[in-house]
Design a protein around this ligand. Structure first.
Ligand SMILES: *[C@@H]1O[C@H](CO)[C@@H](O)[C@H](O)[C@H]1NC(C)=O
Ligand SMILES: *[C@@H]1O[C@H](CO)[C@@H](O)[C@H](O)[C@H]1NC(C)=O
Ligand SMILES: *[C@@H]1O[C@H](CO)[C@@H](O)[C@H](O)[C@H]1NC(C)=O
Ligand SMILES: *[C@@H]1O[C@H](CO)[C@@H](O)[C@H](O)[C@H]1NC(C)=O
Ligand SMILES: *[C@@H]1O[C@H](CO)[C@@H](O)[C@H](O)[C@H]1NC(C)=O
Ligand SMILES: *[C@@H]1O[C@H](CO)[C@@H](O)[C@H](O)[C@H]1NC(C)=O
Length: 468
């Protein structure tokens, strides 16, 4: 296959020019992959100072201007570290991971809506923490002490609060991006938010066997499809505004949204034992995602990683890692994806290694054969997520469990506390607002400068763009 020739070419290149093969990993050797992952993981954790005196456990330095990272990215990092343990069996970071995931959980509501972080609280921000604890349940990450919230309970509480926010008043349904009505973006219904609802619904259905979760997931898919957020060629566009009844679709595409949907589709496939239409959707979206976001077999964040320059926000610099990890988990529950996905993740990993230094510091661009100096926690998650995903089919790698097949995490189907709690959140000031949320929508990165470049980079002769 063409992809294989490319992998071999890249491997040959790394052997022929060892001076450039900055982080040496033999992609054919699980032991070598584990050793490389250990170096990259340690480097990733060097960004975390939450347990140092005066700092807040669970979060990366931020939010801006105090540091580059929003609250959600901590949640994303702990999911990465759950996967790191799951793939490598290295327990070095497990205590930090458990401590962090519990510290930010907002006990006793257990819903990942701590009042400190209201101004960063989109459904997607909350959802990233939720997906990380769902992973902990699926991988049998060590259960917290019995007097603390359990992984499944936390995932259910996040899901329940989100399902309750389904808003049929505008656009015929869908979740809004932001949770507090005063946050910028409350008027935006976007794909990432609804993708996470879909993802968690599918996974909770499989884990618990409770079909209500699958029905809510299906409702989210149907809504996204009906409004053209997912088109017939399996492109997934960013979102649209309620004041236009969600007809002003912003056609930017981000790799993590696709990855989250692929993972959710994998679980729907598994839960329904391969029934249509999930099977067709799973294959269709997987193929489109690999084609669009992995040109030449190497991950590129198409909306912002332009040939001429990188204009990704800190958030966007972390998306490649999620798409790799979530596609790998889809392979575990939908084994027929293995031969479609794994060759591409392997060639992407080969490109990635060329971007890393021997100390495990990795750059952002993976298709140049060199380290680009663009570093950060997101880039480390990208590198780690892609490398460890190659261990997915090792016999020692546990497949996601369910309550009936080895899962030990205790749930609470009624979790989430008072779903109306957001109405009583602390008032938001205009100054707070400036920094809010995951900035998926491109408007935030400088619309006018970006737009001309964007329309050419999509090759679509321009699209309507009405971000407010
Ligand atoms: C993790 O915490 C447990 C219980 O406090 C302790 O026994 C163990 O040594 C810790 N492990 C690491 C790697 O720090
Ligand atoms: C909330 O902020 C306070 C003050 O900085 C801090 O002590 C506390 O640990 C924070 N809690 C969470 C969950 O972030
Ligand atoms: C708004 O969009 C929904 C979903 O597409 C549609 O069902 C509804 O009729 C639209 N409402 C108006 C006023 O156009
Ligand atoms: C199934 O999930 C729904 C939605 O969260 C919940 O209301 C219901 O109680 C659950 N049923 C069981 C049997 O756990
Ligand atoms: C569901 O996932 C399990 C665990 O990986 C796997 O053994 C099984 O084959 C999957 N079922 C389907 C229908 O793909
Ligand atoms: C999960 O499994 C345990 C024991 O294996 C059982 O007691 C419990 O009822 C199950 N929960 C659900 C939601 O099926």
């Amino acid at each position: 296959m063409a992809m294989w020739r490319r992998v071999c070419a890249l491997l040959a290149l790394s052997i022929a020019t060892p001076a450039q093969a900055a982080l040496e990993v033999d992609l054919q050797s699980p032991a070598s992959i584990r050793a490389g992952a250990k170096i990259i993981a340690k480097n990733l954790m060097s960004y975390y100072h939450g347990e140092e005196p005066g700092n807040i456990p669970g979060v990366l330095p931020g939010p801006p201007p105090g540091g580059p990272y929003y609250w959600w990215e901590g949640g994303a990092m702990w999911g990465t570290m759950v996967d790191y343990w799951h793939y490598t069996d290295d327990k070095t970071w497990n205590n930090n991971t458990e401590f962090a995931l519990l510290f930010q959980s907002n006990e006793p509501q257990n819903n990942y809506m701590p009042s400190n972080w209201t101004m960063s609280l989109g459904n997607d921000d909350q959802g990233f923490w939720g997906m990380s604890v769902m992973l902990a349940a699926e991988t049998i990450f060590p259960d917290p002490p019995p007097d603390r919230p359990q992984w499944l309970m936390l995932a259910q509480a996040v899901f329940n609060t989100q399902a309750h926010r389904w808003d049929a008043q505008t656009c015929g349904g869908g979740l809004r991006w932001q949770i507090p009505f005063a946050n910028t973006g409350y008027n935006y219904k976007n794909s990432i938010t609804n993708a996470i609802l879909f993802n968690m619904g599918a996974r909770l259905a499989r884990y618990t066997g409770n079909d209500t979760y699958a029905q809510i997931a299906e409702k989210a898919w149907d809504w996204m499809e009906a409004l053209g957020y997912i088109d017939k060629d399996y492109n997934i566009y960013d979102g649209a505004h309620v004041e236009n009844n969600c007809t002003d679709l912003i056609k930017a595409q981000f790799s993590y949204t696709a990855g989250i949907m692929i993972q959710g589709l994998g679980f729907m496939h598994n839960y329904t034992k391969g029934k249509e239409p999930w099977e067709t959707r799973l294959t269709g979206l997987t193929k489109r995602t690999l084609e669009f976001f992995f040109p030449g077999g190497i991950a590129v964040e198409m909306a912002c990683e332009l040939d001429t320059h990188v204009q990704c926000t800190t958030d966007m610099l972390s998306f490649k890692g999620y798409v790799a990890r979530f596609m790998a988990q889809a392979v575990q529950v939908a084994p027929n994806l293995h031969d479609i996905i794994m060759p591409v993740l392997r060639s992407s990993a080969a490109g990635m290694l060329q971007s890393c230094n021997p100390d495990g510091t990795c750059g952002f661009r993976w298709n140049t054969g060199a380290y680009d100096g663009l570093t950060g926690a997101g880039q480390q998650m990208n590198a780690l997520g892609t490398l460890m995903a190659l261990l997915v089919s090792q016999p020692s790698t546990l497949r996601p469990v369910t309550n009936g097949t080895g899962g030990t995490s205790l749930g609470n189907p009624a979790g989430g506390g008072d779903p109306e709690v957001e109405k009583f959140m602390k008032p938001i000031t205009a100054a707070d607002r400036a920094g809010a949320g995951i900035l998926t929508a491109l408007g935030i990165i400088g619309i006018t400068g970006t737009l001309a470049v964007m329309s050419t980079s999509f090759g679509e002769g321009g699209f309507s763009f009405s971000f407010k």
